[in-house]
Design a protein around this ligand. Sequence first.
Ligand SMILES: Cc1cc2nc3c(=O)[nH]c(=O)nc-3n(C[C@H](O)[C@H](O)[C@H](O)COP(=O)(O)O)c2cc1C
Length: 341
Amino acid sequence: MIDLSTNYLGLKLKNPVVVSASPLTEKLENFARLEEAGASAIVMYSLMEEQIEAESENIDNALESGANSYAESTSYFPDLQKYHVGPDRYLELLHKGKNSVGIPVMGSLNGRSPGGWVRYAELMEQAGADALELNIFDIPTDTSLTSEDLETRYCNLVRAVRKSIRIPIAVKLGPYFTSCANFARRLSEAGADGVVIFNRFYQPDFDLEELEVTPNLILSSPHELRLRLHWAAILYHQVETYIAITGGVHDSSDVLKCMMAGAHVAMMTSALLKYGIEHIGVVLAGMETWMNEHEYISIRQMRGSMSLVNIENPAAFLRGNYLKMLGSYAWREPGTALRSF
Ligand SMILES: Cc1cc2nc3c(=O)[nH]c(=O)nc-3n(C[C@H](O)[C@H](O)[C@H](O)COP(=O)(O)O)c2cc1C
């Protein structure tokens, strides 16, 4: 009997396949479907800082106007109710979703600046979230902002959330930090129990005819997993933190690679949007088959086996790999013989 169980953020999970934040959790019925398909935990789609701030601004405006005229204030009430729909509906769905399944459900709070929106961490805990994923997504365009300032801002945000809740916190972040390993350690010291690596950087496209910048979400490709494997393998055992990989996990071999790199869980969205929720079952079956064939009896046995601290040739993750990679490329000019560099 193969033991696929793992531990993530102190939560005991039956396997390492977790559903990452996505529109799949916008429908209550999908929570049970994801559990049935075999998911070991679910991260809800994100509640955005902008949504929360917009709501409180609308409430403030409504209350201010209401103070000026009673007749007007009564007519504001329907609108006030409507403005509640965003964050309130989120918390309601989180509560109902959590109650509809037996696996852990995590809330996701998404923002970048210090502010009142952070109180929603507490509301998510009260709604029943087993953990919180804090997605800090910032695009620092201010040329006077240093990387130190930015990292400190992230850590302060984590500290503020840590103070307000008792459930575990995972921080989902992008890969573009000058010193990723050090930053992961700082996040851990600030109170994060885990890191979710990495946010995809959704670059907009240019429409040459309309001369507009257009949003254009493309689902991930398995190729994107390599960046995540690389950093999980570096963080493993070097930083005291739980590690989740998100980005490019499409099949059973991807999940196995994540485990060997040192991740505690592998998260999936694109593959589920592409192949359907039942794809989770295919992934789990594929993992068991591979583990049987290669005589692994548990995930614990393989975790971190290909990490920087465990691999025979650590240079594979360092500059040596860079040189080797470049040197290994064999180029053939179209129509000519193979040339190697
Ligand atoms: C349509 C769509 C919506 C998403 N919504 C969220 C979200 O609300 N919050 C979040 O943190 N990530 C969100 N993500 C990112 C995913 O959680 C995941 O990190 C990313 O897609 C990479 O994983 P994948 O390769 O398995 O797709 C979304 C992704 C997609 C494709």
